[in-house]
Design a binder for this molecule. Structure first.
Ligand SMILES: [Zn+2]
Length: 280
């Protein structure tokens, strides 16, 4: 774990200011059921689009950090994501994304230079052709570096066009049942967003491929509890190294086997009847 030995957030506890979300007065969309949670997640369409395109760009796991604001709104914590910064120098692979010290340092530097009045409020990474969940290693990263109540995680499957946020709730990391998408004032929405079971599908407006891909994607494993990272870890590693056979594939194989069995049975019956006829 020494490769993660760098503080990504403030070392001391941040006291969040009380504020009313300004975007409540501006165009925004509630995706899923973001209300009634201790942490409300809001993300600009621009930031989400950037993370989605990053996830779509590679079959290796990629990632980066989420930059924005965190504040209290009454009893609730609001996390507003304004930008997704890409961890371009990450060592990546099909089954993992390694955040090196250099990656973290580079991302922190980018945030300080480009968004000096904002904070790193979380991180994102992709699960290429996998479900939306946090593996054991993901949980370790989140618990180790994003342990404040206002730290969030975003997981994306760029091929299945799925995504989901994770928030802290009662000292556990849980999937957020919804989030707010903050639309640009002067533009038409560029992402269509929908709830799909425990996570969300996205499609760039005008891109018809997204939904059909999503519908045939394999079911995702049950998400995390912070208490049992080992179990989730093994699910992740198994799934990462051996992608599950999609239901469509299983169905095709079953049909092929039944077809083969019928052909063999018919050939056998024909052979038997011929030999039976010839012996008579
Ligand atoms: Zn992961």
């Amino acid at each position: 774990m020494d490769e993660f030995d760098i503080r990504i957030g403030p070392t001391e506890a941040v006291r969040l200011a009380q504020r009313i979300p300004e975007w409540l007065q501006q165009p925004h969309r509630a995706v899923g059921a973001p209300d009634n949670q201790p942490v409300l997640v809001a993300i600009t369409e621009e930031a989400l689009l950037s993370a989605c395109r990053h996830a779509e760009s590679s079959l290796d796991e990629i990632g980066g950090v989420l930059v924005g604001h965190a504040y209290q709104w009454g009893e609730r914590t609001v996390v507003e994501v304004c930008a997704a910064l890409r961890g371009d120098s990450m060592t990546t692979g099909r089954a993992h994304a390694t955040f090196t010290v250099d990656t973290w340092a580079g991302l922190k530097l980018q945030q300080e230079q480009l968004f000096p009045d904002q904070m790193i409020v979380g991180w994102y990474h992709s699960h290429p052709r996998m479900g939306i969940f946090l593996s054991g290693m993901d949980l370790e990263i989140h618990e180790g570096f994003f342990s404040s109540s206002w730290h969030i995680a975003l997981v994306l499957n760029g091929q299945g066009h799925r995504c989901g946020f994770f928030i802290w709730k009662d000292e556990r990391i849980v999937p957020a049942p919804g989030f707010y998408c903050l639309d640009a004032l002067d533009k038409q929405p560029r992402l269509s967003l929908q709830q799909a079971r425990r996570n969300f599908t996205y499609a760039e407006v005008g891109d018809s491929s997204a939904v059909s891909v999503e519908e045939s994607s394999p079911p995702e494993p049950i998400t995390n509890t912070a208490q049992k990272p080992e179990v989730v870890s093994s699910q992740h590693e198994t799934e990462a190294s051996e992608p599950p056979t999609p239901p469509v594939m299983q169905e095709t194989m079953r049909t092929a086997l039944i077809g083969l069995f019928i052909i063999v049975a018919l050939a056998w019956v024909r052979y038997r009847s011929r030999s039976w006829t010839s012996t008579r």
